[in-house]
Design a protein around this ligand. Structure first.
Ligand code: ADP
Length: 677
């Protein structure tokens, strides 16, 4: 009951419950997916940062290199300037010194010594120049240097030769007197070409710009910069504002993120698919589970409501299950029964051997698993049970034990007993009733032999008396004949009385081999009594090879007597010539077990259709003083012997009643006789 209630509740909100069940995994999966998606992005960011940092470090390094080289050149030029001021640098020496300097510092294109008026004193090349030939910005730088007495760089501008160049003006002073200047020229192109290492130039586009981001010069050996990783650094030089800008030719990292994103998508799809499959599978399982639970509660309810006891045993005979009905029957709680091995607590001690024998037979599978036995209640009371055993199979068809259903048949037995007793009572009263009917004819019949005996004995006495008085000689033959006749009449009377006595006596039905011949021999005198009353002649025909039957002779006699009485009564009002009663006993060999068939054939008034239906009903009779029990008892008696009682219309008019009885075979006969002894 609880179960089914629970079921209904469960069935009411499956969706809500399912939703809750799925919430956590779905959330976890979303978290997992977002982490997966975030990871490549994070990886890309990290790589970008790393590259950017690398670029900054490299740019810094390049700037340092340029500055270092420039300051080395500045140092060398200051030395030269000091020598000029000291007047220790002759024109001849100039050449040697400065050619060596230019050779070491290839970024320098030329060095010129100008006098106070700006005219060239000497130069490292053949081009004659004066300050006027320098660019405007260079001239400004020269002025600045002279005023501040410190060397100054000029803003890069196109020089005489065309390309952009930057000049370094070193003012020459002797004491406080300005004596000219030294000008070193750097083509901006060669600053980038010669001072930036090739490996850096390969990976980056390097530009020199002024403060306003106007490009002065550019080196892009490895192709144009992508603008992804860039850095700029001011070249801190006196007199000029220059920016060194680097722009990596590398684009943002792509392969790894693509790969990662691709695999994440594939993974997510796979995950979604498996989640879907899982969902379907779980749904299927849930449905199966629900159906199973339903089945189980259904079965449990069924088992609990059964009045039949159920008991399952495994192959060793250990009890594995009992239902409430069984527990109630034997009065032992289930926990004391389950797990028990023989001998069982409900076995009656006196029948222990029988149980054990049958138990081993059941386990061996050699008995038909249906039998009656006696069980013991907890209180010690015995009760009869009917047991059906059937093998318990698992889903692969292998036997795992036995399932037995047990019926408490004490009630049935009681009713059967009562029935039998009543039936017997009825039979005996019916016998008495038929006796009452034939009592008068019996008296009449006995009268005959008695009268005969009396006349024979009177005759004999007369003979004796007569002989005594007249001749004194008695004819012994005449006397013997009279006495013999008297004796046979007395025997006949005794026979009639004996058979009536045997018939009336109330007794338990027995079973012993009976031949039809003996049966008829016993009843024919009784039948004749009636037959004679109604002037009916009797014809019997018995198959000499007829086998005997196993049964109660008296019961069968009663059946025969009943049928013959009915037949005789049916012929009361028929013309005397047709009043023939035939009794035919034959064998029906057509059946697998041969039957003996006894037919009682009359030429009576027959059975009308409306009577046929109620023929066998108790107390149904068409006769004024009939009891209506005869046929009913006959049928019960015949069926008790395992036979059938039928009737049919006699083609020659009248009725044929037939009863069949299973014939006794030779070996059955032997065992029955032995059993009888
Ligand atoms: P009863 O003989 O006391 O009437 P039975 O049960 O023996 O009771 O028979 C029931 C009825 O069946 C009879 O009353 C009669 O009408 C009918 N019956 C039985 N046997 C014959 C027969 N051989 N021929 C015609 N009718 C019969």
């Amino acid at each position: 009951m609880n179960d089914s209630g629970h079921n209904r509740k469960f069935g009411g909100f499956p969706h809500r419950r399912q939703a809750w069940r799925w919430l956590l995994p779905v959330l976890l999966m979303l978290l997992f997916l977002s982490t997966l998606l975030w990871l490549p992005w994070q990886a890309q960011r990290m790589e970008t940062n790393e590259r950017q940092e690398q670029l900054i470090a490299d740019t810094l390094w390049v700037e340092q290199t340029i500055r270092f080289q420039l300051s080395r050149n500045e140092e060398s030029l200051r030395l030269v300037a000091a020598e000029i001021a000291a007047g220790s640098l002759s024109t001849q020496k100039w050449h040697d010194r400065l050619t060596a300097l230019l050779r070491n510092s290839r970024e320098l294109s030329r060095i010129v010594w100008l006098d106070t008026t700006g005219r060239q004193v000497i130069s490292t090349d053949e081009l004659p120049t004066s300050l006027a030939d320098f660019s405007k910005s260079s001239q400004l730088a020269a002025q600045r240097a002279r005023n501040t007495r410190t060397p100054q760089y000029s803003q890069p501008a196109p020089g005489l030769a065309g390309p952009m160049q930057m000049d370094y003006h070193v003012p020459l002073y002797l004491g406080n007197n300005y004596i000219g200047s030294l000008v070193a020229t750097y083509p901006t192109g060669s600053i980038l070409d010669r001072m930036v290492p090739w490996w850096f130039a390969q990976d980056n586009e390097i530009t020199l710009t002024d403060d306003d981001d106007v490009i002065i010069d550019k080196r892009s050996a490895g192709g144009p910069g992508r603008g992804v990783y860039t850095h700029s650094r001011a070249l801190d030089l006196p007199g000029v504002a220059l920016m060194l800008r680097t722009n990596s030719v590398k684009s943002a990292p792509k392969l790894l993120p693509n790969l990662l994103v691709g695999s994440v998508i594939a993974l997510s799809l796979g995950l979604l698919w498996s989640l879907g499959a899982l969902w379907r599978d779980i749904n299927r399982r849930l449905a199966a589970e629900g159906a199973l639970r339903h089945q189980v509660s259904f079965r449990t309810a069924m088992e609990n409501s059964l009045l039949t006891g159920l008991r399952a045993r495994d192959l060793e005979g250990r009890i594995t299950y009992v239902n409430p009905a069984f527990c109630q029957m034997v009065g032992i709680p289930p926990e004391d029964l389950v797990g028990k091995v023989p001998p069982m607590p409900y076995w009656a001690p006196e029948a222990m051997e029988e149980y054990k024998g049958r138990f081993t037979q059941v386990l061996a599978g050699t008995v038909t698993p249906q039998y009656e036995t006696v069980f013991l209640r907890a209180g010690g009371e015995r009760f009869p049970v009917l047991i059906f055993e059937s093998p318990l199979l698992d889903d692969s068809g292998k036997q795992t034990g036995w399932m037995g259903s047990i019926l408490d048949i004490s009630d049935r037995k009681r009713i059967e007993n009562l029935n039998r007793q009543q039936q017997e009572k009825l039979q005996s009263s019916a016998r008495l009733a038929s006796m009452g009917e034939i009592a008068s004819t019996l008296a009449h019949e006995l009268n005959q032999p008695l009268a005969a005996i009396s006349s024979y004995t009177t005759g004999a006495l007369n003979l004796l008396n007569g002989s005594h008085g007249q001749s004194g000689r008695i004819d012994p033959e005449t006397l013997k004949a009279a006495l013999e006749k008297a004796s046979s009449q007395a025997q006949r009377a005794g026979h009639i009385i004996r058979s009536v006595h045997a018939f009336v006596k109330k007794r338990e039905p027995t079973r012993e081999p009976v031949t039809i011949q003996a049966l008829l021999d016993n009843v024919i005198p009784l039948i004749e009594l009636q037959a004679r009353q109604f002037f009916v002649s009797i014809q019997t025909s018995i198959d000499p090879a007829l086998p005997p039957v196993l049964g109660d002779g008296v019961l069968l006699e009663q059946v025969t007597l009943n049928l013959t009485r009915n037949a005789i009564e049916a012929m009361q009002n028929i013309i005397p010539e047709r009043r023939i009663l035939r009794i035919v006993a034959a064998q029906d060999a057509a059946l697998p077990t041969p039957n003996v068939i006894v037919s009682v054939i009359d030429h009576g008034h027959g059975i009308p259709d409306d009577v046929v239906e109620r023929l066998f009903s108790p107390f149904f009779s068409t006769k004024a003083e009939g009891m209506g029990m005869g046929l009913n008892i006959c049928r019960t008696a015949v069926e008790f012997h395992g036979g059938t009682l039928t009737h049919e219309r006699n083609p020659q008019g009248g009725t044929i009643f037939r009863f069949s009885l299973p014939a006794l075979s030779k070996n059955m006969l032997d065992s029955a006789t032995i059993g009888g002894k």
